[in-house]
Write a protein that binds this ligand. Structure first.
Ligand code: ATR
Length: 275
């Protein structure tokens, strides 16, 4: 039996076991996927002893993604650019790591709005943490000409521009509505709106009608940002799709089957969020 898990601190909230459990059952795979609470002081030891514990790999969530990145022996480009890893697997006794946030975000965006690049405005990103870095990288890889980053703490946005070069431009957080009007995509990567907490205060009046508005927050599924964008007649992309799609590469690595993000899986996770 192949065993995988997700580690974090705390870990109770993780929906990853539901996602992977659904796929294991769907494909009749003799495997398991559990959640394990691992305290910060114990992460290094836990990851170094994955083989002895009988795991073929694991997901890593907050606050362990950076240490997982530094401990892995082989790191894929997608993790290197973010400086954090969320998916680990063993090849022999060597520990490999990647970050599947870029894949998860870009896959779902293209699934929901295949023509998101139809008009040539900039991509506007709210926030400058790890998720922002993964998403900026995704857009640059796709060939977007300008990515604007807005962050409450401007230095963190500047660090992203320094890393990725002149296609990334830093804008004032206070100017986030006005400077996003010509956007082809606007993305919230901050935690603002999670469980109804706070408002990003984006005024969609005057936005390009082709702008796609997306949020990586998925609790609630319809955040204030998404609701406001819908009211303004804009197309929207929720945050749940990124969560579901980012899980695909890990499952394939560990269990040897590339799983599908089905409507039924989505329904189950929504039921869990709403339950
Ligand atoms: P992650 O790695 O998940 O992206 P993070 O590194 O903690 O998380 O980044 C969180 C992001 O949300 C940051 O851009 C943060 O802004 P600061 O860099 O100024 O801290 C942003 N954020 C969190 N709370 C916010 C709030 N109330 N208003 C605006 N931005 C907020």
């Amino acid at each position: 039996m192949k065993r995988a898990c997700v580690i974090g601190w705390p870990i109770e909230h993780s929906r990853s076991p539901l996602i992977h459990g659904y796929w294991l059952a769907q494909h009749g795979i003799d495997g398991s996927y559990t959640k394990v609470a691992v305290a910060p002081d114990d992460v290094a030891q836990f990851l170094r002893t994955l083989p002895e514990q009988g795991f073929v790999g694991c997901n890593v969530t907050v606050p362990h993604k950076e240490i997982a990145f530094s401990i892995a022996e082989e790191v894929e480009e997608a993790a290197r650019v973010v400086g954090a890893a969320n998916t680990l697997w063993l090849e022999g006794d060597r520990l490999f790591a990647t970050n599947t946030d870029t894949y998860g975000y870009m896959t779902y965006l293209s699934h929901v709005v295949p023509d998101w690049l139809a008009h040539d405005g900039p991509v506007c990103i709210l926030g400058a943490g790890g998720a922002a870095r993964a998403i900026v990288y995704g857009f640059l890889e796709t060939g977007v000409e300008e990515v604007r980053v807005f962050n409450r703490t401007r230095e963190r946005a500047e660090a992203i521009a320094d890393q990725f070069g002149p296609r990334v431009k830093v804008f004032d957080w206070d100017n986030r509505s006005d400077a996003s009007r010509d956007a082809c995509v606007l993305v919230n990567t901050t935690a603002v709106g999670l469980k109804g907490n706070g408002s990003l205060g984006i005024d969609f009046a005057g936005f390009n009608p082709d702008c796609v508005v997306s949020d990586i927050v998925y609790v609630p599924l319809e955040t204030q940002l998404i609701a406001d964008a819908k009211s303004a007649g804009l197309r929207t992309v929720d945050g749940l799709g990124m969560l579901l799609h980012q899980a695909v590469p890990g499952f394939e690595r560990w269990f040897g089957v590339r799983p599908q993000v089905t409507p039924e899986l989505r329904k189950r996770i929504i039921a869990d969020i709403e339950g």
